[in-house]
Design a protein around this ligand. Structure first.
Ligand code: UDP
Length: 370
């Protein structure tokens, strides 16, 4: 049997795709992983955690323009497709790596399976460039795995054939369920914890600086709160400048997923512009403010699990301040209770995706048999 090839390049893709690689291999479907090294050490930690090594790895190139990053990936991905002749290519989300993998598969007429299909903000440059990349992937994919009914509805409204869309849920929950059992939690020390992540391109350095100044004001106003901020490389310099000498601001390198989940479990409030963190925090029941003007995580927003603050620093301060005041009326969270409760939740998207791919590739093999 020709292998299934999963192409990925960033930390969030690794977190969401590796559960599918595991499920495909458990179903005895030969599966290879091509890692584009769009993110290097951020993604490497996830491979280590899942105990899966990339079969093919493109050379790391460091930061470049979007065009340079994309065009450097295309020839080696195409070469890998020619050498491996996969029966299917799997990509996830809306990164440059997913787009490059999808485009090369499309050019070679290899069926493309797109995970996390149908997310839309409806604003072409938010997130940038992801909203455009995810729409382009919809145009190229043969099968679309939607995480929610809202995402499925977007695809159908855009004219995608219903039989090619499967609403399977979110593999980030499979990752959480794989990792939470080994997470350590500690009893509360009576202090409150604010967890921050910030990395989107559309929040430029000047806006980031002003947002961080607002967050510093929040810390000044609430002495019972500590801030934990694993700094994405894109935000490191400005973060150290604004918060580097602030008492109770704990700045650190990006964490591996297990350490990050441990932080989420004990967080009283999350401030984030990340896509994946919105989903994880909502699932774990952590109060979350989304520092963006729009979000494609509509299901979580409509269930009231997320609050959209916009990106005005003054507005972020006002909303977060009111939230923190409310939180201070109650004892800090019990991280262990949160962890145990999360483990009772449902998951299984990775299995559903693997089953659909296995069924398709076996069917194709039967049809191609002499
Ligand atoms: N994450 C992590 N370590 C960190 C911060 C985040 O492992 O220090 C994980 C987080 O659990 C989530 C993913 O990274 O699954 C989100 O990645 P990111 O915010 O970079 O991208 P997005 O989800 O916005 O595409």
């Amino acid at each position: 049997m020709h292998p299934v090839l999963c192409i990925l390049g960033t930390r969030p893709e690794a977190i969401k795709v590796l559960p599918v690689v595991r499920a495909l291999r458990c179903a005895s479907i030969p599966t290879r992983v091509l890692f584009t090294a769009q993110h290097t050490h951020l993604a490497e930690e996830v491979f280590d955690l899942f105990g899966i090594l990339p079969d093919l790895r493109l050379p790391a190139r460091g930061e470049g323009t979007l065009t340079n990053t994309l065009t450097a990936m295309l020839p080696p991905i195409d070469h890998a497709l020619a050498a491996l002749t996969p029966c299917a290519v799997v990509v996830q989300g809306d990164t440059l790596s997913a787009f490059a993998g999808g485009l090369c598969a499309f050019f070679r007429h290899i069926p493309l399976y797109h995970m996390e299909a149908g997310l839309r903000t409806g604003v072409y440059d938010e997130p940038y460039p992801e909203e455009m990349l995810r729409r382009a992937l919809t145009a190229m994919a043969s099968v679309h795995f939607a995480t929610t009914e809202q995402a499925r509805a977007h695809l159908l409204r855009e004219g995608v054939a219903p039989s090619s869309v499967a609403c399977v849920g979110n593999t980030v929950l499979d990752a959480l369920h794989a990792i939470l059992p080994s997470c350590h939690t500690h009893p509360s020390d009576g202090r409150y914890r604010l967890l921050l992540t910030l990395h989107r391109r559309e929040t430029d350095t000047s806006l980031r600086r002003r947002l961080l100044v607002s967050i510093r004001r929040l810390l000044d106003a609430h002495p019972a709160f500590d801030l934990f901020f694993p700094m994405h490389p894109t935000a490191k310099e400005v973060a150290q400048d604004v918060l580097g000498h602030t008492a109770r601001a704990h700045l650190c390198k990006p964490m591996g997923p297990r350490a990050f989940y441990e932080q989420l479990l004990c967080a009283d409030l999350v401030l984030t512009d990340s896509g994946g963190v919105q989903e994880e925090a909502a699932y774990l029941g952590v109060r979350t403010l989304v520092l963006r003007d729009v979000t494609e995580r509509e299901a979580e927003l409509s269930r009231g699990e997320l609050t959209l603050t916009g990106r005005s620093p003054a507005r972020v301060f006002t909303i977060a301040n009111a939230c923190i005041r409310a939180i201070e009326q109650a004892p800090p969270v019990d991280a262990e209770a949160r962890r145990l409760s999360a483990l009772t939740g449902t998951h299984g998207a990775a299995q559903a995706i693997a089953e659909r791919i296995a069924q398709d590739v076996k069917e194709k093999e039967r049809m191609d048999a002499p």
